[in-house]
Design a protein around this ligand. Structure first.
Ligand code: SF4
Length: 257
């Protein structure tokens, strides 16, 4: 059962990993999380269960996967990943000084050694080191903020003195991925995702599968395995008939679905 925006429903979050060359589903799993912010570890586990010695060379994911735990997981496994930047983390397109736009989080620089953010006015924003909260809050000195010429662009509120930046312990990984995704190379690699990961879901729907017939995670996992197997057969037939996959490659992925 997943809950979202105040209501509950029997729902299942179907996750697939798709190979870049043939749109073959090389790993899949079912979760009951309402979003994708912690799906990288289970996806990797599904991949290693499906393929002996699985090596993920490159992995692109949409911005629903841009989260601390996911970024940490790809880093830990040494995967060259391309995760689209979350809307709240995206740098603004116009320059701070040449416009009167509101400040976005990317205008604040995180300094790992001192664990502070530096705001656009050059002030340090600190967090309470004694805080046990999972997400830490960083603020500049209130008295400085009250007199700051940027105040209204910064906080977005007439009442609030200054801005609060909230983040978790994975801020370095967030900033690194945001920076990476600004590069031309990353943009072009990510662009390919549209023709790799998204078509299989459309093709599965077009083949008549519109929702799970069974209830209960275990049964739904079995149903989804069958759906993925059927998808893979079609892809293999096509790939083998066009000569782009050799029959012996079948051995490597037969356990994926
Ligand atoms: S309002 Fe405070 S946090 Fe914002 S730019 Fe000014 S000094 Fe920095």
């Amino acid at each position: 059962m997943m809950t979202k925006k105040g209501y509950c429903d029997y729902s299942y979050n179907a996750q697939i990993n798709v190979d870049a060359d043939h749109q073959i589903i090389v790993g899949q799993h079912i979760s009951q999380h309402a979003n994708d912010v912690q799906e990288v570890e289970p996806a990797l586990q599904a991949l290693t269960e499906a393929i002996d010695d699985a090596v993920v060379g490159m992995w692109s994911m949409d911005n629903g996967y841009f989260s601390g735990p996911n970024l940490h997981a790809v880093d830990e496994h040494g995967i060259d990943s391309y995760i689209a930047t979350d809307r709240e983390e995206k740098p603004a397109t116009d320059d701070l000084e040449d416009s009167d736009r509101k400040f976005v989080k990317a205008d604040f620089t995180y300094e790992i050694e001192s664990d502070v953010f530096i705001c656009p006015a050059g002030e340090q924003m600190v967090t309470d080191p004694a805080s046990k909260a999972k997400r830490k809050s960083y603020r500049a000195n209130k008295d400085v903020c009250k007199k700051c010429p940027y105040r209204f662009r910064c906080s977005g509120s007439k009442k609030s003195a200054g801005r609060v930046i909230r983040t978790d312990k994975f801020e370095v990984a967030r900033q690194a991925m945001t920076k990476k995704m600004e590069t031309t190379e990353a943009k072009s690699i990510y662009e390919r995702r549209k023709v790799i990961a998204e078509p299989p879901f459309g093709q599965i729907k077009n083949s008549g599968f519109r929702g799970f017939n069974l209830r209960g995670k275990e049964k739904v996992e079995a149903e989804f395995s069958l759906v993925c197997t059927a998808h893979n057969f079609k892809k293999f037939v096509k790939a083998v008939s066009t000569g782009s996959v050799r029959l012996e490659d079948l051995e490597k992925v037969k356990k994926a679905a």
